[in-house]
Write a protein that binds this ligand. Structure first.
Ligand SMILES: [Zn+2]
Length: 366
């Protein structure tokens, strides 16, 4: 991993990526749930924030930490931190002594190893347990955040379970997980789970524009974001993220547009390579879902337009395009394939079943 490339945004319009208070680009329901916790002063001892990478789990957790630690919260709404005091700023830059982050990145930094590694180790959980025993220095409670929690292997989860079962007073654990289903049921059941869901594409675009990202780039990033504004904001600063996702989308488009035989050949090839290229293949399948969804919306629009103007343009190729119904079947099959792949269930069969439900470009498709 090299240093992130410089932003491609116009140099005189700096992009604002840090947040003062609660990020507006994160799922409003999840945000409200955490704000209610603060307002009601009923802070639990463990939360599990689940949702796709880049959806804003970490940004939401930082806002929660500020709301809990800020000495200057709003008089009208105690869940609103000032965002500018020393404590709020320290939380934003991850240097508040009572808000500690455990992640693949912090683990690698501590071990002075290159790369992030693939799993949070049992040593990291032991460090967390030791940290949980400390008294708060500047605030009333300590907040221990475990990012990448889905990478905890079973022994590490068992070690974490001890802290979840007997939480020290004044300590709150916040686990952030992209795929919460890989966590042990005993771990999940001891946390209050708050799903953080993707937001509408238009909302991602608005958020980017509001942060100073120029319109054209904001529109492209929103299209590729899958509703994850955090990913889009990161991609403003790191071109590689955008390039990777463009490639995924192009691969998916080519795959969907190919004749049935080639669709199947690709499915078998990717199925056989799944062990080595898991993240990339899941990315292409996710891109396929979004392309099919876009096509379905377009198809619904076209058919309603045709009903409105029945006398005109009867020769348009719209009648050749797959119907909204066949596209919705294709989307359902692709979603099913995605959950099988995420659960590592028979990748080759999952991909085969998916493409068999796709529209094929041969005559008489649908
Ligand atoms: Zn503050």
């Amino acid at each position: 991993m090299g240093a992130p490339k410089k932003p491609r945004n116009a140099p005189n319009t700096p992009v604002q990526v840090t947040e003062v208070g609660w990020p507006e680009w994160v799922d409003a329901i999840a945000t409200q749930r955490l704000r209610e916790v603060v307002r009601g002063d009923r802070i639990g001892h463990a939360y599990l924030l689940s949702g796709p990478k880049g959806v804003g789990k970490a940004a939401l957790t930082r806002a929660f930490a500020k709301a809990l630690c800020c000495p200057n919260v709003s008089v009208d709404d105690r869940s609103q931190p000032c965002g500018v005091c020393r404590l709020c700023r320290n939380i934003e830059r991850a240097s508040h002594p009572d808000v500690e982050l455990f992640s693949l990145e912090s683990q690698a930094m501590l071990a002075e190893k290159p790369g992030r590694g693939a799993t949070l180790t049992i040593e990291t959980v032991r460090r967390l347990r030791a940290s949980a025993a400390l008294l708060p220095l500047e605030s009333e409670r300590r907040l221990l955040i475990v990012d990448d929690a889905e990478t905890l292997l079973e022994p590490a989860q068992q070690a974490l379970l001890k802290t979840l079962e007997e939480p020290p007073r004044g300590v709150t654990l916040v686990l952030l997980a992209d795929e919460p289903e890989v966590l042990l049921e005993t771990v999940r059941s001891r946390c209050q789970e708050i799903p953080v869901r993707p937001i509408a594409q238009a909302a991602v675009e608005r958020a980017l524009h509001g942060k100073g990202v120029e319109l054209k780039l904001a529109a492209e990033l929103a299209t590729l974001s899958r509703g994850c504004a955090g990913w889009a904001l990161a991609a403003v600063l790191d071109e590689r993220l955008l390039a990777a996702r463009r490639t995924e989308r192009e691969s998916a488009a080519g795959w969907i547009a190919s004749p049935r035989y080639e669709q199947l050949v690709t499915a078998f090839r990717l199925g056989d390579q799944f062990g080595k290229r898991r993240a990339e293949i899941i990315g292409v399948v996710q891109a396929a879902i979004h392309l099919l969804r876009d096509e379905m919306i377009e198809s619904a629009r076209t058919s309603s337009r045709m009903v409105e103007n029945q006398t005109t343009n009867l020769s348009t190729p719209a009648s050749m395009a797959p119907s909204a119904l066949s596209l919705s079947r294709a989307i359902a099959a692709t979603l099913g394939c995605l959950s099988d792949l995420e659960a590592n269930v028979r990748p080759r069969l999952a991909l085969e079943a998916m493409v068999m439900a796709w529209p094929s470009s041969e005559p008489g498709r649908n």
